[in-house]
Ligand binder design. Structure first.
Ligand code: HEM
Length: 511
């Protein structure tokens, strides 16, 4: 009996595995011979002529995304071009007019949610209700942003505690730590101090929040090669969402349960204790009168989703900043001087972060040089769309912006390939420019947070968090790279990430 029960999942997994492999082969054959005539008039870049040209182009793009995108950017100024990505074309919108078209396009014509869904299969990897009712987005945009100032002492407290735990320096001795594996849990703790309170320190919860993005990506890769009809089965057999949801419910379910009970009894004014001012409460406020949002399961998943958007993105910016700083010690002095001067006047507050103009410039320059990849602002066309140059792109097409080429264009920046950490601080010194050129402000020449109404709603928190963490590192430690030179970014297709294996050395600050 036990044997047959055990063998059932194995054999259905084998059948599903065989079905998936067969489907991949059929998909390749179908794509190879399918006429993609509706996009034929858009020139392709990096795709050779001849047999299997599309697939050779897709392989080429995996290795040379930056160069290929830049080639198209310079070859077709102001026009669209297309690149081969895995099993589909991506139309790259090049130049200010097409970017403006994208920014202004209504969601029912060109959709961020559907673009992300088609890349990451959100309905399966984050959950159907998460994809169709992302009620955390306005909560992040308004309530979280409004509360950054008042919650700042907690966030600062967590930064200090996280570094004490995760960077165990001993006096004047150098201690090497793996950068990614250290900063990721720091960011998880600091972000979740604001999301769920002190439970953010639970090592198992940190493992869950930091590992979830990898689960989503892995599941999405599997689903990419699985035909849509088989996806629900593939997810049930191999997916991570159910397990992650159960684990999130085990960790934060009791907190949410207590919060719901107290809210049901007293509303927002609790009699004997203060209602915690955190993401759980803010989400519950947004769920008032909506039972589908108010369950422990939905709220646990929503928090997983918020973590998915918040942690790796913030970590990437910090890793770039750490690597630049550790390889260029000449920037430490001016940054420390600014931070100490501002903190003497303002303390560790949000207002202080606003006054750290050199640090803001440093962080922004890191993001300008390494915005996360060659192409960003990916969207799916959901209704045939005619751009202002007259070209029509059919429903189902993925479109994006060549963000790295925009960020490193000579027409936009002086010496764009040089890391010049205080370039934005100098711009802000010019008359009338004091409040411009801040990291948090999206612009056509700074697209790391996107642009327009979908520009990252968490960017105000993210920039404050990144600046606070870097300011803490700068005034607390001396740092250097274990191998001396800035470790190279890691590129896979259109994504360019900070190095994931480098070690950074810390010691208690000596001067
Ligand atoms: C440095 C860190 C971050 C970066 C670089 C970043 C970047 C982005 C980008 C590029 C987008 C898409 C914008 C577009 O395509 O127009 C986005 C969307 C989003 N981000 Fe961030 N993000 C960061 C941190 C955060 C944080 C900390 C949170 C939450 C606390 C967050 C929550 C979101 C949400 C909810 C969306 C979806 C917006 C929508 O659907 O309209 N992000 N982010």
């Amino acid at each position: 009996m036990a044997t047959s029960t055990n063998s059932e999942p194995a054999s259905s997994a084998t059948v599903a595995g065989v079905a998936i492999v067969a489907s991949v082969i059929l998909l390749v054959i179908r794509n190879t011979f399918r006429a993609q005539s509706s996009l034929d008039y858009i020139p392709s870049v990096g795709v050779p002529n001849g047999p299997l040209g599309f697939y050779r182009g897709a392989l080429n793009y995996i290795k040379n995304a930056r160069a290929i995108t830049e080639e198209g950017y310079h070859k077709y100024p102001g026009k669209a071009f297309k690149i081969a990505l895995a099993n589909r074309w991506v139309v790259i919108l090049n130049g200010p007019t097409l970017i403006e078209d994208l920014r202004k396009a209504p969601d029912d014509s060109i959709s961020l949610a559907e673009g992300t869904n088609s890349m990451l299969h959100l309905e399966h990897t984050l959950g159907y209700e998460q994809h169709h009712d992302p009620f955390q987005v306005p909560v992040v945009r308004t309530t979280l942003t409004r509360n950054i100032g008042v919650c700042f002492p907690l966030v600062h407290d967590e930064v200090v505690a996280a570094f004490e735990d995760l960077v165990p320096v001993k006096g004047a001795e150098w201690t090497a730590v793996p950068a990614m594996q250290t900063i990721l849990p720091v960011v998880s703790r600091v972000s979740n101090r604001l999301f769920i309170g002190l439970k953010c320190r639970d090592p198992e919860y940190i493992k869950l929040t930091t590992g979830f993005a990898q689960d989503v990506t892995q599941d999405a890769m599997l689903l990419h090669i699985t035909p849509s009809i088989l996806r629900p089965i593939a997810v049930r057999l191999f997916g991570h969402l159910e397990g992650a949801t159960r684990s999130a419910m085990a960790h934060i379910g009791p907190i949410i349960q207590h919060r719901i009970e107290m809210d049901d009894k007293y509303g927002p004014d609790w009699p004997n204790e203060d209602r915690p001012n955190d993401m759980i409460s803010w989400l519950l406020d947004a769920a008032r009168g909506q039972p589908s949002r108010r369950s422990i399961r939905t709220l646990s998943r929503t928090l997983l989703n918020v973590n998915f958007g918040a942690i790796h993105t913030t970590t990437q910016g910090l890793l770039h900043a750490l690597y630049h700083l550790a390889s260029r010690p000449e920037y430490v002095g001016p940054l420390r001087e600014e931070i100490e001067h501002v903190v003497r006047e303002e303390g560790w507050t949000k207002a202080a972060m606003g006054k750290m103009i050199k640090l803001d410039s440093f962080m922004k320059e890191c993001a300008r040089i390494s915005p996360g990849g060659a192409v960003g602002m990916l969207r799916q066309v959901v209704k045939d769309f005619t751009f202002s140059d007259g070209s029509t792109v059919p429903a189902g097409t993925l479109v994006g912006i060549p963000i790295l080429a925009e960020h490193t264009d000579h027409a936009k920046y002086t010496d764009p390939d040089t890391f010049d950490p205080f370039r934005f601080a100098r711009m802000r010194e010019e008359a009338g420019e004091g409040t411009k050129h801040q990291m948090v402000t999206p612009a056509p020449d700074f697209l790391v947070f996107g642009l327009g109404r979908h520009a990252c709603p968490g960017r105000f928190f993210a920039v404050n968090e990144q600046k606070l963490i870097m300011a803490h590192v700068l005034v607390t430690y001396d740092i250097q790279l274990k191998d001396g030179v800035r470790p190279p970014d890691e590129w896979v297709a259109l994504l360019g990430a900070a190095n994931s294996t480098a070690e950074v050395m810390f010691r208690k600050r000596s001067t």
